[in-house]
Design a protein around this ligand. Structure first.
Ligand SMILES: [Zn+2]
Length: 110
């Protein structure tokens, strides 16, 4: 009689566990690579809200999506001139989730 309830509880726990693992993986992916981290590592390359490539000095960047779904998107920003990876940003609910997880300034647009 309780078997149905047990299955529901186990499935709910598995879903929670999967979500937690997903967030942790996402956090690992972005940790140390946000715009704040970039500014800390290369203070000369961020000026008055403008981001420059630390390698070649160009201010032109391109973004490439890593993850994009209903929860938001995760993008890696590269230098358009030399291709150097600069930083990672997130938008939407994904940005909120990462902020709650303690990843600073994941959305440089705000
Ligand atoms: Zn560059």
């Amino acid at each position: 009689m309780y078997i149905g309830l047990t299955i529901v509880v186990v499935v709910a726990l598995l879903i929670l566990l999967a979500r937690y693992a997903g967030h942790r993986a996402m956090r690992r992916r972005i940790q140390g690579r946000t715009l704040d981290d970039y500014a800390r590592r290369h203070p000369e390359a961020v000026e008055m809200g403008k981001v420059y490539c630390f390698a070649c000095g160009s201010s032109e960047t391109t973004a490439q999506g890593v993850v994009s779904n209903a929860a938001g998107s995760l993008e890696t920003h590269y230098c358009a001139q030399c291709g150097q990876e600069l930083y990672v940003s997130a938008t939407g609910k994904l940005a909120d989730t990462l902020r709650e997880a303690g990843v600073p300034r994941v959305n440089p647009g705000r």
